[in-house]
Write a protein that binds this ligand. Sequence first.
Ligand code: G1P
Length: 277
Amino acid sequence: MIKKCLFPAAGYGTRFLPATKAMPKEMLPVMAKPLIQYGVEEAVEAGMDVMAIITGRGKRAIEDHFDISYELEHQIRGSSKEYLLQDIRRLIDKCIFTYTRQIEMKGLGDAIYKGRALIGNEPFAVLLADDLCTHNGNGVLSQMVDVYKKYKCSIVAVQEVPMEQVSKYGVIAGKEIDDGLYMVDTMVEKPEESEAPSNLAIIGRYILTPDIFELIELVEPGKGGEIQITDALMTQAKKGMVIAYKFKGRRFDCGSIEGFVEATNYFYELGKKKEML
Ligand code: G1P
């Protein structure tokens, strides 16, 4: 039902300098897999097969990653290492990758707007690859597609965070209409602790209805002088058209060194456990 997933991937990744000086932050690996590949796998698991990637200058490695590398594949063919490329080959065979560039960094809302031509007039998912999510059962996007099927409006994934961290996120408030589901009536981008309507923080997973593009056109620059997706979503929320979903699973903030190390440790332990089975 939802076939396209948009990946805003034009950001500089300044928190990871100097690693990200010449390399996209989305290509940082947790174990041997780049962050964006985890994201694409999550989207595929949720039934999507068109990946719309919003890149920028210095991000060409992302396009090369989702392409064949003839020389390398020729080198390792028939060797014990061939299996290492199996997963990425499967993604390349299964998906269509489309790209466009965000020329200036004008915020997440602007990045999403730049994907308009790649998305067209259909509901779509948005995945921020530095929020790495994992769950034993269905992945977070897959869970959100189920919510979308029922409510047919925009969906944001939320998680409870300590109050002293709310200023890092878009924060929602609303009426709990079902277990872990909120009809959103307020959304604030990166509020001060004293102004936060709750401690329910939006994490990097959205399902958006296509009217969002026109709404983004109408929003004025908000927090940090940037075009915020939170502000465009607020227009939908006023009409009761945004649901916040407290997802099942774990999320690692791989945009921070701490979260990145946590994710690495988690996947390392998971890999060890699988080997023992
Ligand atoms: C963006 C959004 C914010 C959301 C966050 C999730 O912020 O603007 O509402 O909570 O992603 O990761 P950023 O982290 O890009 O500053």
